[in-house]
Design a protein. Structure first.
Length: 138
């Protein structure tokens, strides 16, 4: 299996997700929506959004720039791949069972985008889970 190439591809996908997600606040009117929140809650919301965005960039950069470090020996590789696998697995679960699709913007574009994102999330969860298991059970 070409693990290095799959990692680089996953990393590029995560970087593309980070770039694309910069449009989400505008598309979903976050500024207007968050104006109804208290200042502290609004600040926490934007802080969490920043942490999530930065994590996606970091996952992408490590996967593209240091795939050998994620594939190589040592304790850090399975810790990193395991964390990324858990991150994306939780995201898949939240998307599948917790998101209220009845309030998503109408139109085929949003339905196609949601499906594409879910495929990417599942792909990342599977790839990093497999890599973690390969480290733990060589």
């Amino acid at each position: 299996m070409p693990w290095r190439q799959l990692l680089v591809l996953a990393g590029m996908g995560q970087l593309a997700l980070a770039v694309g997600s910069l449009a989400i606040p505008r598309m979903l009117h976050w500024r207007e929506e968050t104006k109804r929140l208290s200042p502290l809650t609004r600040q926490v919301f934007w802080t969490y959004a920043g942490y999530i965005w930065t994590s996606h960039v970091a996952f992408g950069l490590v996967s593209v720039g240091l795939p050998e470090a994620l594939l190589g020996p040592g304790a850090l590789a399975p810790c990193a791949t395991g964390f990324i696998a858990l991150w994306w697995s939780v995201r898949v679960a939240l998307q599948a069972w917790c998101f209220d699709r009845s309030v998503r913007p109408p139109g085929a574009l949003y339905a196609v985008a949601e499906t594409a994102l879910m495929v990417a999330f599942v792909g990342c969860a599977l790839l990093y889970s497999i890599l973690t298991l390969r480290h733990l059970y060589p």
